[in-house]
Design a protein around this ligand. Structure first.
Ligand SMILES: C[S@@+](CC[C@H](N)C(=O)[O-])C[C@H]1O[C@@H](n2cnc3c(N)ncnc32)[C@H](O)[C@@H]1O
Length: 285
C-alpha cells in the first residue's frame, strides 16, 4: 500500500493527473457529466471505493475495466452523481403553482381528456415529484381544481428510483412537508422507527423509470403538463444543457410549465416565456 503525506490510512491507489482524462471521457459519454477538465480530488473521493472493491492497483486499470464492464459503468455513474434533494425544496415554486399556476393550467386544459401529468425529470429519491403531487391532489380535494394529476419520475440512477418507488422516508427528511399535507399524505410507521410513507392514494398515481436526459433514452411517451428540471443541468456543459432543455420542452404540452433550479443559469428557449424566477411556460402554438 502506498503512503501519501497527510494521509493516515492510504485507501487504495492515488489518482494521477494523467489518469483523469480516461475517466472524465466515460462520465461525459455515458451520462453527459462534464467534470470540467478534471476535479481530481472529486474523482479520487468518489471512485476510490470502486477501485478497491475490485482490488485494482491503479485508476488506469479501473478505466480499462470500465471499457469492458457495463455493470461497472452503471456503478461509476452512481458514484459520480449527487442525489441531494428534499421535500418542498425551493418552496416558492410550489406556492406559485398552488396560488397561480394550477388555475391557469386548468383553464388551458379545459378540452383535454384524461389526467394531467407532472414530470420530475431528474427525480432523485422522489421528494420533488411527491411534493408537486401533494399540491395538485390537495387542490383537487379542496375542489379548487377538478383535474387529477399523475406523476412520472425519471432519473439515470436505478438506486434512487427504487427509493422513490418504495416511498419510505426517515421522519427527518419529511420535516419540510407542511403540516396539513403531512396529515393528508404521509403515514407514520407503526413500528415507531421514525419513518414515514407516502399514502397509497398518491403512490398509485406515480410511476418511476430510468432515463438518461443526455442520451434521450427512457423518455418515450412522456407528455407533461408540468416539468421539473432542477439541479441537474449543473452537471452538463452549455451545449448539453441546451440539448437537454430542448428535449424536455419537446415533451411539455403547450401552455405547460417548466421549473428549473435557482442556481442554474438563466436561459432562453424560443418556446418558453419566463413567468417568474426559474418558472417558465411553454407557448401555445
Ligand atoms: C441533485 S439531484 C436533483 C434532484 C431534484 N431534481 C431536486 O432538485 O431536488 C440530481 C439528479 O440528477 C440525476 N442525473 C444526473 N445525470 C443525469 C442524466 N444524464 N439523466 C438523468 N438524470 C440524471 C442524478 O442521478 C440525481 O438524482
Amino acid at each position: 500500500m502506498t503512503e501519501h503525506p497527510g494521509q493516515l490510512f492510504a485507501a487504495g491507489p492515488r489518482l494521477r493527473p494523467e489518469e483523469v482524462p480516461a475517466l472524465t471521457a466515460v462520465a461525459l459519454r455515458d451520462a453527459g457529466i462534464n467534470l470540467h477538465g478534471g476535479k481530481i480530488e472529486f474523482l479520487q473521493a468518489r471512485l476510490s471505493r470502486r477501485v478497491t472493491a475490485h482490488g485494482l492497483e491503479s485508476f488506469t486499470d479501473y478505466a480499462r475495466l470500465l471499457e469492458r464492464d457495463a455493470a461497472e459503468r452503471r456503478e461509476f455513474v452512481e458514484a459520480l452523481t449527487t442525489h441531494t434533494t428534499s421535500f418542498f425544496r425551493e418552496g416558492a415554486q410550489y406556492r406559485w403553482l398552488e396560488i397561480t399556476g394550477l388555475a391557469a393550467l386548468e383553464q388551458a386544459r379545459q378540452h383535454h381528456r384524461g389526467d394531467l401529468v407532472i414530470w420530475s425529470a431528474a427525480c432523485s429519491t422522489g421528494p420533488e415529484g411527491w411534493s408537486a403531487l401533494m399540491v395538485t391532489e390537495r387542490a383537487r380535494r379542496m375542489q379548487t381544481m377538478q383535474r387529477r394529476f399523475r406523476l412520472i419520475g425519471t432519473d439515470i440512477s436505478r438506486r434512487v428510483l427504487k427509493t422513490a418507488a418504495d416511498a419510505v422516508y426517515p421522519a427527518a427528511e419529511v420535516a419540510g412537508v407542511p403540516v396539513e399535507m403531512r396529515r393528508l399524505f404521509l403515514l407514520s410507521s407503526r413500528s415507531g422507527d421514525a419513518r414515514c410513507r407516502i399514502v397509497p392514494e398518491l403512490r398509485t398515481l406515480a410511476q418511476w423509470r430510468q432515463a438518461n436526459l443526455v442520451e434521450g433514452t427512457g423518455l418515450d411517451g412522456i407528455e407533461a403538463d408540468i416539468a421539473f428540471l432542477r439541479n441537474v443541468l449543473i452537471y452538463f456543459d452549455a451545449p448539453t444543457q441546451a440539448a437537454v432543455i430542448d428535449r424536455v420542452v419537446r415533451r411539455l404540452r403547450p401552455g405547460g410549465y417548466l421549473f428549473t433550479g435557482h442556481t442554474e443559469t438563466a436561459f432562453r428557449h424560443p418556446e418558453l416565456t419566463p413567468l417568474g424566477p426559474s418558472i417558465y411556460r411553454k407557448d401555445e402554438r
